[in-house]
Design a protein around this ligand. Structure first.
Ligand code: AR6
Length: 176
C-alpha cells in the first residue's frame, strides 16, 4: 500500500526489514544500544559486528531518542537506532511518538532520502500493534506535511497480521 504524504511517499510493506534497500533502516533499540532479539537480532546477524561496535562507542541514549550508525553489511547504508518504550513503564505513547519523530528528524539532518521503520516496541517490549500503528502513522504523516527532504518513508511489517493493522489504520488516517 502506498500513499502521498506532503511531497513524500508513505509505503507499507510486509517483510524483513534487513532486506530493505532504503538509505536507512530503523532498529527497534534499547536505551543501552545492545542489539538483542527481534529486529535488532536480525540487524546484528546480517549487518555484521561493526554495527554493535559503533553502538558501543555511542554508549546509549534516552527512551524516545534516536542515533545513527552505518549499516555494516546491510543493503541500507545507515541504521537509525530508535529507542521505544517497554509496555508498562509509563508515558509509552509520548515516548513512541518521540522515537518516531527523532528518527525522522535525524534522517533529514543527515540528508537521508528514504527510511524504513519496523513497528517499534511491539515485539519484545510488548506494546500493542494497533496503538503503535496509530501513533507511528499519525506522527509520520504530520511530519511529512511539514518541511522535509525525505522522499520515502516505508513501514516494514513482520507478518500479515501487523501489516493488516497498519494498512487499516493508514486507510483511516488518509480518509480523515
Ligand atoms: N523485520 C521487520 N520486523 C521485524 C523483524 C524483522 N526482521 N523481526 C521482528 N520484527 P522487536 P521491540 C517485528 O522485538 O519490541 C530487542 O532485544 C516484531 O514482530 O524487534 O521494540 C532489542 O535489542 C515486532 O512487531 O522490538 C531491544 O532490547 C516489531 O518488529 C528490544 O528487543 C518490533 O519487535 C526492543 O523491543
Amino acid at each position: 500500500m502506498k500513499v502521498d504524504a506532503g511531497t513524500s511517499i508513505l509505503e507499507l510493506v510486509e517483510g524483513d526489514i534487513t532486506e530493505m534497500q532504503t538509505d536507512a533502516i530503523v532498529n527497534a533499540a534499547n536505551a543501552r544500544l545492545i542489539l538483542g532479539g527481534g529486529v535488532a537480532g536480525a540487524i546484528r546477524t546480517k549487518g555484521g559486528p561493526k554495527i554493535q561496535e559503533e553502538c558501543d562507542k555511542i554508549e546509549g541514549t534516552f527512551v524516545g531518542g534516536a542515533v545513527k550508525t552505518t549499516g555494516g553489511d546491510l543493503k541500507a547504508k545507515y541504521v537509525i537506532h530508535a529507542v521505544g518504550p517497554r509496555a508498562g513503564e509509563g508515558s509509552e505513547e509520548e515516548k513512541l511518538k518521540n522515537a518516531t519523530l527523532n528518527s525522522l528528524k535525524l534522517a533529514d539532518e543527515e540528508d537521508i532520502k528514504s527510511i524504513a521503520f519496523p513497528a517499534i516496541s511491539t515485539g519484545v517490549f510488548g506494546f500493542p500493534v494497533q496503538r503503535c500503528a496509530e501513533i507511528m502513522l499519525q506522527t509520520t504523516i504530520e511530519y511529512l506535511k511539514g518541511q522535509t527532504k525525505l522522499e520515502k518513508v516505508v513501514f516494514c511489517l513482520y507478518g500479515h497480521e501487523s501489516y493488516e493493522i497498519f494498512a487499516n489504520q493508514l486507510k483511516r488516517e488518509t480518509s480523515k
